[in-house]
Design a protein around this ligand. Structure first.
Ligand SMILES: [Zn+2]
Ligand SMILES: [Zn+2]
Length: 369
């Protein structure tokens, strides 16, 4: 009896292995079967959409880039999407970050404006992709691009660089589909009445619509001027983006009482070790960069102290320099952030932060990368 059961088991196992091998071979060799499988995958990918992100029941932030100019396969340079009042707003668009955004299948036709913190390359490189993706998605108006004095130059440069691309695409798809009047980037300068950049503790409300208020304020990224942070207030909830900054009075002042502070952070100890290693390895370019960058960025501890002083309980460290891998990297990065009353997290690409209206809750989840 036992022997018979063993034989049946072996026969069934052999059959299963045979079917798996036959299926694998068919998939490998037969184009018609490959097409069926790929069609299923495409069907599935089209059903994944994140339209709920623009629901007006919460203020939401998705991080499309938590890295810096230092190349890292897991972190794109600075990029954040804010979902509020049924619209999508972009805070910085670092190079390659919109490859992340495209995978989320958010309703990009609702993109209304981009807010640039400053004009370093790691914050502006994907502005053309933000424009193109939302334009193709049938954005119904030109994309507004807010930034300090210099914004017109940045926008006109990108506009000229992409003029031929626009011509090809409109010619190919037709002006009915890719409406030329909705294509342009529209610069919106944020400055004092005399045209000078905001500095010190200066700020300006730059957008007010449907219960959403966006306030720009000066931060200290000297010699980079203008350098701004942004605060979004919507339905009693608020998030603040530090932009690139060392500890600055403007940030502390305008982050007051916010629910979440997204703050740049540089581990200066690790950057020092990298500089010393570059010296030993006789790589003067890397040594020079590691020497120069710490003076205009904040450490994780600086960020935590700013959050504490501003009364912000939720701190998310982003624009990580350097981006350290894994849990050990996170442990190292969080050193010194235990300042009391501030819960500190490390951002990652794909992080979704939700702040439901009429609540004190802040939830964190992943949209995937
Ligand atoms: Zn930067
Ligand atoms: Zn910068």
């Amino acid at each position: 009896m036992k022997k018979r059961r063993g034989n049946i088991f072996r026969t069934v196992l052999s059959l299963i292995i045979l079917v798996i091998i036959a299926g694998g071979a068919a998939l490998y060799y037969v184009p018609a079967i490959q097409d069926v499988v790929i069609a299923r995958v495409i069907d599935h990918s089209l059903t994944v959409r994140h339209d709920e992100l623009i629901n007006d029941d919460a203020l939401r932030v998705a991080i499309c880039g938590s890295g810096s100019p230092l190349a890292d396969p897991d972190r794109r340079p600075a990029c954040n999407l804010v979902f509020a009042a049924g619209k999508i707003f972009v805070v910085d668009a670092g190079a390659g970050s919109f490859a992340r955004v495209a995978r989320w299948r958010a309703p990009l036709e609702r993109m209304e404006a981009v807010f640039l913190t400053h004009f370093h390359s790691d914050h502006i490189g994907d502005l053309p992709e933000a424009r193109l993706q939302s334009w193709v998605s049938q954005r119904p108006a030109p994309l507004q691009v807010y930034g300090g004095p210099g914004i017109e130059r940045v926008v006109s440069g990108f506009t000229e660089a992409y003029a031929l691309d626009d011509f090809y695409r409109i010619t190919h798809h037709g002006a009915d589909f890719l409406k030329p009047e909705n294509g342009p980037l529209q610069p919106r300068e944020i400055a004092n009445p005399d045209g000078t950049p905001l500095t010190g503790a200066q700020s300006k409300v730059v957008l007010e619509e449907n219960g959403l208020t966006v306030t720009a304020f000066a931060v200290d990224h000297t010699p980079v001027i203008p350098a701004y942070g942004y605060r979004f207030d919507y339905r009693g909830r608020s998030v603040v983006f530090s932009g690139d900054t060392r500890t600055s009075e403007g940030l502390t002042l305008h982050a007051k009482g916010a629910d979440v502070l997204l703050h740049e952070a540089m581990d200066k100890n690790i950057v020092g070790l990298m500089g010393a290693a570059a010296m030993r390895a006789q790589i003067p370019v890397a040594q020079k960069i590691m020497h120069d960058i710490p003076d205009y960025h904040a450490s994780p501890r600086d960020a935590a102290e700013t959050a504490k002083e501003a009364g912000v309980a939720q701190l998310v460290l982003t624009h990580l320099i350097p981006a350290l891998p894994g849990w050990l990297g996170n442990r190292i990065f969080l050193r010194g952030t235990d300042v009391g009353g501030v819960e500190t997290r490390i951002a990652y690409d794909g992080m979704l932060i939700e702040l439901p209206a009429g609540s004190k809750a802040v939830t964190y989840s992943s949209l995937g990368r």
